[in-house]
Design a protein around this ligand. Structure first.
Ligand code: NDP
Length: 407
């Protein structure tokens, strides 16, 4: 019997995830969406209908921070797979509900606590991995970080391990958005989550230990396929931790592309204290969290989609040795904002993040990823995932000594 799927969240990523579930409905039983604001889930379903998909997609109101409520809904809907694309603040309650009920769990980001910004590593070990034994004991498949980064980039590292090298010596993940939304300033996903990523220290895994830098302290120019020469800066990112656990001998770094304009605006906001999560009180006695205020005045990331042009390039430069000989490969995807909008009504960043968890769900439903334990993406076979993503709109290419070609 095909598993019923419950999508949690109704934001930018969830919209893509829901469209893709509808496109691939033959792989699943019933498809449901549950979120805090049900009207947003209804709007997603309207958009799916407008694309001509017939499958019934019931929507539900859910406070996913309430683990018992999540478990009750999973039981009521007999959901076999939960795709958690809500805010990262709800990861642990949703994961706990899955372990309790036996449903498979998929997410795309590491758990965060609202009052703790930019926690120090080991990130997965701070939260999700604490339940690893419980997931295995319950026979529950939990695939962590199955978006693009983390997610597909972890599979790229695994592909390099499986098909290119005997030993991996470094993994440099590069994420460049060369698109333009035409606004003065906007973030591509939830501003709160976006800024939280960059307001603290930058952690990388180098020389077998964690190294710490300041944000925008270490940058370099990359010459990437399609998008060309771009500046990217060392940033902390979830997947550095899980990749460092699997490849402790390798240097693992994450480079995020930023234009000068973004850095200038970000720096001003930060230096003024407007990215703080600590409340301030105005002269009128109003208590305001500056970060929430900034979020409220910035464009809704979903509203950027219709005007977004250009492409993203995200990939892994992996170095290693084979038969004692050093070598390197760049494994990557290029996505197009306008194509994403035409297909599912979203911009390319949401598209690259929202498609992979559906591929993960399909591989759980079909069996190859139904491992009955907790796993990060690099712990699972990469080929079926990357091949399926190619069919679903996120093809993978590789550049090595033989040139630039599809994997
Ligand atoms: P959005 O802020 O657009 O959407 C989050 C959704 O979660 C909203 O619909 C929100 O509801 C809902 N939500 C929040 N709290 C609750 C709650 N307590 N109960 C039920 N629903 C809740 O975020 P994105 O779509 O941009 O991101 C979704 C996830 O994807 C995040 O975890 C993000 O970190 C991750 N991500 C991963 C990427 C990757 O490549 N790995 C890239 C980009 C994002 P409401 O509408 O009421 O606010």
């Amino acid at each position: 019997m095909k598993p019923n799927v419950l999508i949690i969240g109704a934001g930018g990523v969830a919209q893509v995830t829901a469209h893709k579930c509808a496109q691939w409905a033959a792989e699943f039983g019933a498809i449901h969406i549950a979120s805090r604001t049900r009207s947003k889930a209804d709007a997603i379903v309207d958009g799916i209908r407008a694309k001509g998909h017939e499958a019934a997609i019931p929507t539900h109101t859910l406070d996913a921070s309430d683990s018992a409520a999540v478990a009750a809904l999973i039981r009521e809907l007999e959901a076999g797979i939960v795709i958690n694309v809500g805010s990262p603040f709800v990861n642990m309650p949703v994961l706990n509900a899955c372990i309790e009920t036996g449903a498979a769990y998929i997410d795309t980001a590491i758990h965060e606590e609202p009052d703790k910004i930019n926690e120090a590593p080991p990130w997965y070990a701070n939260y999700e991995w604490k339940r690893r034994e419980d997931a295995a004991a319950a026979g529950v498949t939990a695939v962590l970080g199955a978006g693009f980064d983390p997610g597909v980039v972890n599979a790229y590292a695994r592909l390099a391990e499986d098909e290119y090298f005997d030993e991996i010596t470094s993994i440099d993940i590069v994420d460049v958005n060369a698109g333009s939304h035409g606004r003065y300033f906007a973030t591509n996903f939830d501003p709160e989550i976006n800024f939280r990523e960059f307001t603290g220290k930058v952690y990388t895994w180098q020389g077998g230990e964690w190294r710490v830098n300041e944000m925008f302290e270490v940058g370099r120019e990359w010459d990437l396929p399609v998008v060309g020469k771009r500046s990217a800066y060392l940033s902390g990112h979830d997947e550095i931790h899980s990749l460092a656990a699997r490849y402790p001998q390798a240097d693992v770094r994450f480079w995020m592309g930023f234009g000068e304009h973004y850095i200038n605006v970000f720096t001003v906001l930060k230096n003024l204290g407007l990215l703080s999560e600590h409340p301030v009180t105005t002269a009128e006695g109003l208590e305001v969290v500056p970060l929430k205020l900034v979020k409220a005045v910035l464009p809704d990331p979903a509203s950027l989609a219709p005007d977004y042009e250009g492409k993203t390039c995200i990939g892994d430069l992996v170095k290693g040795t084979r038969d004692g000989q050093p070598g390197e490969v760049f494994i990557y995807n290029v996505a197009d904002h306008a194509e994403a909008h035409a297909e599912v009504g979203s911009q390319g960043i949401s598209y690259t993040a929202g498609v992979p968890p559906v591929a993960a769900a399909i591989l759980i439903a079909r069996g190859p990823w139904d491992v009955k334990r907790m796993a990060n993406v690099e712990d699972l076979p990469a080929r079926p995932f990357l091949d399926l993503l190619g069919e679903m709109g996120l093809p993978t290419r590789v550049i090595d000594a033989e040139g630039d070609r599809p994997i």
